[in-house]
Write a protein that binds this ligand. Sequence first.
Ligand SMILES: [Zn+2]
Ligand SMILES: [Zn+2]
Length: 210
Amino acid sequence: MRLQQFVLGDLMVNTYLLWDEETLEAVCLDPGEPIQEILTEIKKMKLKLKYILLTHGHCDHILGVNELKAKTGALVLIHSADSSMLTNPVLNLSSLLGAEVVVNATDQLLVDGDILCLGAQMLKVNHTPGHTPGGITITTPGLLFAGDVLFAGSIGRTDLPGGDQEALIGSLHRLLQYPNETRVFPGHGLDTMIGREKLVNPFIKNMVGQ
Ligand SMILES: [Zn+2]
Ligand SMILES: [Zn+2]
């Protein structure tokens, strides 16, 4: 599996492009704006973008969806419990930023345990609510894409509409089951590892200590 990261927009969302080297089938996680760098990489590597996969429905993570779908025809996937955020600027928080974002083209609603294939590579969908009701994290052997659930040194906010602190703690416990050497790629900021977060993340240390 190959991985390319982009940091896009004023809210500096981490957008990830993942692909299978054999078939060049690719997925784009949380496309922010502008999407030009993503398109350039797709063209350069001759990738076939199969999926636009959304870890949750907040506007910073979905800004580039409409244009990327129009230019590539990729399928838009989000967990069923966050799908209403795509069409509701209040729920996706874009109304607060003054430029309302609406994504009308959802192709598939995800549930926990869904598997997406890129060639022979498999991506697993884990429902990890708390930051939003339908937040998901994506895992493939050795890698974890954490959305806004777990960050290097921090954890997701639960004070936004749909947030649920108890659910977030449950989701974090689930992520901590992954091996210490699992690389973690969050929705914002630097990448990290599960073992590192157990040692240095004050929120996680609190939880593990309980
Ligand atoms: Zn968010
Ligand atoms: Zn975010």
